[in-house]
Write a protein that binds this ligand. Structure first.
Ligand code: ATP
Ligand code: MG
Length: 640
């Protein structure tokens, strides 16, 4: 069992909900402190701390100025441009006020939307904080998205102002943003009044008269601006953000202010254990939820310095290959807590583990990973390589902070590789039988992971402008019961630790046997010759479904060599037979150079499955590299 201290803490969060969250609410500053804690009178819509007023930017920036104004707040590093800059809380406070003054001058008012389409620049964080400072709602769109996806997000958010830049950079190549933005605005039914542009002088910047404004001269104009924080109701919307689109059309998550601030402050204390004065380094992008919660708001609310990094994990400040760049930054900035994703670790894993020990990383206390199932071989590789605890955490854009992980007081068991841990306080997590909706209470039963309402502070309020979709999508999947479905499938062992087996749609049914594709993937990825693998269910006339695997071999020559392919395929099948049994054996193992992924690095199984079944691949706006799907097609043809 998780130790009794955590078990008590957790129980209180569920059984004595209001008292529990009233205590957590004391971790942030309020203008009007909460009288009421939770208004759940209209489920599944819950309102946390209604009537209380606060401000996210105040909690992230202003409140630290008197105590630690000179301490580092935002450390911006770009290995793409070779630049490094530290902003103290005082400086961040000034920059955010300048940005806020500019937005106000462009007519942005409380409740207006501001769309932020930017690379990992310090100005992107200033813009987010400036929005919440004045009560405007930000909608950050990942900088890698092309014009069509951007246009649909502009239409959805209807921003008064768009904040962008001339260009981003990836692997030394300039990616011009402005032409994409212009094209997106041309295609959009909604026209922003103004576009604010940071000119990095990486790409030509053609300004549209009357609409486009350069940031630098405006900043000079508002150099001494003082813009007070706008106190907003705790339930005021702070931002909207899209899910990754792994399973279909991305959903626009709408987040509040007070509940979110409390949730983040509590998570920094109970989960990430961040202390003021320490440095937090999340390798995510501000375009994702991890970037919102654990690059910008969470660490700053805790009074920590946050390291914001533009660049690849394998390229150094001088543009030369350097798979140790992250650890160099850990050493230089004495990072204590680091947050990344399994997909990034798999990139590092292609290089020698010695790179992990090239720098003095003794400041580092833990590495948190989230976003995808963490397979055991990857977890072991990084954990042994770094010599620090690896803490898997399971959550969603919708939740805003971890649902399952190891918190303060929860015992970490080395044998628990593959488990993100136990339910976090506030989350009344259950496993339900997919078909009957019955609760599964015994150990090691497989079911859908659901959360009994009300969702704790920090979680989505609704789907942006679509309450019906919120209810329909998340709260209506279990017959006869209104519970929040995560659409993930898991088991809980006898000690109460959960394992995520994959998406509920990734469960396949082979001749009546229900198999999680993740289990098969885990087994295959244990083969020394396999760098990465995706397993999916493909319709089969005889068996209903069969498992098909696409693997990236370590030795690239395998892809083009039939004899090598057949040999490795045979070995993999034997391995699955031995570990999981013949029923789990994939019908075929195909070899490719890369797998199709979303821009946030998640396997796009639905697209692979569609290709295998000869169907249309659906919404591919989040597909990172289209050649990956072409390879899937070719591998199947070559393998036939
Ligand atoms: P969409 O909802 O648009 O299909 P998405 O679910 O990938 O996309 P995110 O909110 O970015 O969008 O991802 C959340 C999902 O990622 C979870 O529901 C789960 O499937 C997966 N996930 C996140 N963390 C973990 C983890 N630690 N272990 C296993 N799976 C994880
Ligand atoms: Mg999802």
């Amino acid at each position: 069992m998780p130790s009794s201290t955590y078990a008590d803490f957790y129980r209180r969060s569920i059984d004595d909900r209001d008292a529990f969250w009233a205590e957590q609410a004391a971790l942030i500053d309020w203008q009007t402190p909460p009288q009421q804690i939770c208004d759940n009178s209209r489920p599944p819509f819950v309102r946390w701390f209604p009537g209380a007023t606060t401000n996210l930017c105040h909690n992230a920036v202003d409140r630290h100025v008197p105590k630690r104004g000179e301490s580092a707040a935002l450390i911006h590093v770009s290995s793409e441009t070779g630049s490094e800059r530290i902003y103290s809380f005082n400086e961040l406070h000034r920059e955010v006020q300048r940005m806020a003054a500019i937005l106000l001058s462009l007519g942005v008012r409380k409740g207006d939307r501001v769309l932020i389409y930017m690379p990992m620049l310090a100005e992107a964080a200033f813009a987010m904080l400036a929005c919440t400072r004045i009560g405007a709602i930000h909608s950050v769109v990942f900088g890698g998205f092309a014009a069509v996806s951007l246009a649909s997000r502009i239409e959805d958010a209807e921003p008064r102002v768009v904040v962008s830049a001339d260009a981003g950079m990836r692997g030394g190549k300039v990616v011009a943003y402005k032409p994409l933005l212009d094209e997106a605005i041309r295609h959009s039914r909604h026209q922003p009044e103004s576009v604010l542009l940071v000119d990095r002088q990486l790409a030509p910047l053609a300004l549209v008269e009357g609409r486009d404004h350069l940031y630098a001269p405006l900043r000079m104009q508002y150099l001494d601006a003082e813009v007070a924080c706008e106190w907003v109701d705790a339930t005021h919307t702070s931002y909207t953000l899209y899910t990754s689109g792994t399973t279909g059309k991305p959903k626009g998550v709408q987040r509040d202010t007070g509940g979110y601030a409390v949730a983040l402050a509590a998570s920094m204390r109970h989960i990430f254990e961040g202390q003021p004065g320490e440095t937090y380094f999340s390798t995510s992008d501000i375009g994702w939820v991890v970037g919102h919660s654990y690059i910008v708001y969470g660490p700053l609310i805790a009074g920590m310095a946050t390291l914001m990094y533009e660049g690849l994990p394998v390229r150094g400040m001088d543009g030369e290959p350097d798979p140790s760049i992250w650890w160099k930054l850990v050493e230089k900035y004495k990072v204590t807590r680091m947050f990344s994703a399994p997909t990034a670790v798999r990139v590092l894993k292609k290089y020698d583990a010695a790179h992990l020990r090239q720098h003095d990383i003794s400041s580092l206390k833990a590495l948190y990973l989230a976003g995808e199932p963490l397979d055991e071989p990857t977890a072991r590789w990084i954990s042994e390589g770094l010599g620090v605890p690896i803490i898997d955490n399971y959550w969603q854009t919708e939740s805003g902070w971890p649902i399952l992980t190891i918190a303060n007081g929860v015992e970490r068991k080395p044998s628990r590789f593959g488990s993100p841990g136990v339910p976090m306080y506030g989350y009344n997590v259950k496993l339900l039988d997919e078909n009957t909706g019955a609760e599964l209470t015994g150990p090691n039963q497989k079911g859908v992971l659901v959360i009994e309402g009300p969702l704790p502070p920090g979680c989505l309020q609704t789907v942006w402008r679509d309450d019906a979709r919120f209810v329909q999508t998340y709260w209506s999947s279990v017959p006869g019961r209104q519970v929040y479905s995560t659409f993930d499938w898991g088991i809980r062992d006898a000690d109460g630790y959960f394992f995520i087996l994959g998406r509920s749609d990734d469960v396949i049914n082979v001749a009546g046997h229900r198999l999680g594709t993740r289990e098969i993937e885990e087994c295959i990825s244990g083969h020394a010759q396999v760098a990465e693998v995706a397993v999916l269910g493909v319709a089969d006339a005889l068996k209903g479904q069969v498992a098909v695997a696409f693997a990236v071999p370590r030795d690239a020559a395998t892809v083009a060599d039939e004899a090598l392919r057949l040999r490795l395929e045979g070995e993999i099948m034997k391995r699955v037979d031995a570990e999981l049994g013949a029923v789990a054996r994939p019908a075929r193992v195909f070899f490719v150079g890369l797998l199709p992924k979303t821009r946030s690095g998640k396997l796009l199984r639905r697209a692979m499955q569609a290709v295998c079944e000869g169907r249309d691949a659906g919404d591919l706006s989040t597909l990172d590299d289209p050649t990956a799907l072409v390879q899937i097609r070719q591998a199947m043809q070559a393998g036939k």
